[in-house]
Design a binder for this molecule. Structure first.
Ligand code: DGL
Length: 312
């Protein structure tokens, strides 16, 4: 096991957790906002997917990863970069670590982003089975005056984990550029696009039957931002596809500011912003796959991914 990172006030250690690689999309947003921090990321790839499991199992798995990040990696803050764990296990995670470690989930930030984006007040949410069954998004949206219609899309996570996405989903931000990239993608990407289109058609048909006028699609799974080029192409012009990565990063920044961490990187801490020193990635299985696909999610090298055995 590698030695713990040593937190100092100028270089907080942020522990980031997902069931797989999807949480790297959140890590990407965190690094952009807080480059001075040190990051330890764990993907529980041995036990993925969480989205088809029970609350009890998800809570047990998530608590083990949380303890690893705090006890063995010295995390001062935890970001649960997994909608499923955020929806079903946030309390269990907070109980598993000292109360001095703030735990930030992605559901509330996702609902907050939906609130900012939607003009009609009607939003669509796509997520894993477990997240949808928890209705965590519906509740978080309702608390903000939004009506949310949720749909489970269980085939999307395996397709993303298989790498059946456009080669560099984050290279372009405009809809046209996304469309161009989707068109130039390898043939298996067409399968992913078709799967999304079918789910989305079912969802919009249900929304219409309920008299909803959705203008926002919440990507309620941290794997889905990888599908953004395909999604932008399939949804109506004028509908926004949003994810919680940016909002979660904003939330962490406000925690850090409240705790008195410098808001601008210090000269000493910038040193840690290089991939080798700032980010430690761990996985409970499939290390090679993580190293191969991780850069696609993170937008930079993931460095050497270390294998961790969390037991159970
Ligand atoms: N990335 C997880 C999420 O955001 C889903 C993956 C899984 O099913 O484990 O919900």
């Amino acid at each position: 096991m590698s030695s713990p990172l040593n937190p100092t006030l100028s270089t907080p250690t942020i522990g980031v957790f997902d069931s797989g690689f999807g949480g790297l999309t959140v890590l990407r947003a965190l690094i952009a906002r807080i480059p001075q921090a040190r990051f330890a990321f764990i993907g529980d790839t041995a036990r993925l997917p969480y989205g088809s499991k029970s609350r009890r199992t998800i809570a047990r798995y998530a608590a083990e990863s949380a303890r690893f990040l705090v006890e063995e990696q010295g995390a001062d803050y935890l970001v649960i970069a997994c909608n499923t764990a955020s929806a079903l296990a946030l309390d269990a995670i907070q109980e598993a670590v000292p109360s001095s470690v703030p735990v930030i989930g992605v559901i509330e930030p996702g609902a907050e982003a939906a609130k900012r984006a939607s003009k009609t007040g009607d939003v669509l949410v796509i997520a894993t089975d477990a997240t949808v069954q928890s209705h965590a998004y519906a509740a978080a949206c309702q608390a903000r005056g939004l009506r949310a219609l949720e749909k489970a899309c269980p085939l999307l996570v395996p397709l993303v984990e298989e790498g059946w996405t456009t080669p560099d989903p984050f290279a372009f931000s405009g809809t046209e550029a996304h469309a161009a990239q989707a068109a130039a993608a390898p043939p298996q990407v067409a399968v992913t696009a078709e799967v999304f289109r079918i789910y989305f058609a079912e969802l919009t048909a249900e929304a219409a039957s309920l008299g909803l006028h959705p203008d926002t699609l919440v990507l309620g799974c941290t794997h889905y931002p990888l599908l953004k080029p395909l999604i932008q192409q399939a949804i109506p012009a004028g509908m926004q596809a949003i994810d919680s990565a940016e909002s979660a990063a904003d939330k962490l920044v406000s925690y850090l500011e409240t705790a008195g961490y410098p808001s601008a990187p210090s000269a000493e801490s910038v040193e840690f912003a290089s991939p080798e020193t700032a980010i430690r990635c761990f996985a409970t299985d499939s290390v090679e796959k993580f190293e191969r696909l991780g850069p696609r999610f993170l937008g930079r090298p993931v460095g050497q991914v270390r294998l961790v055995d969390l037991g159970g």
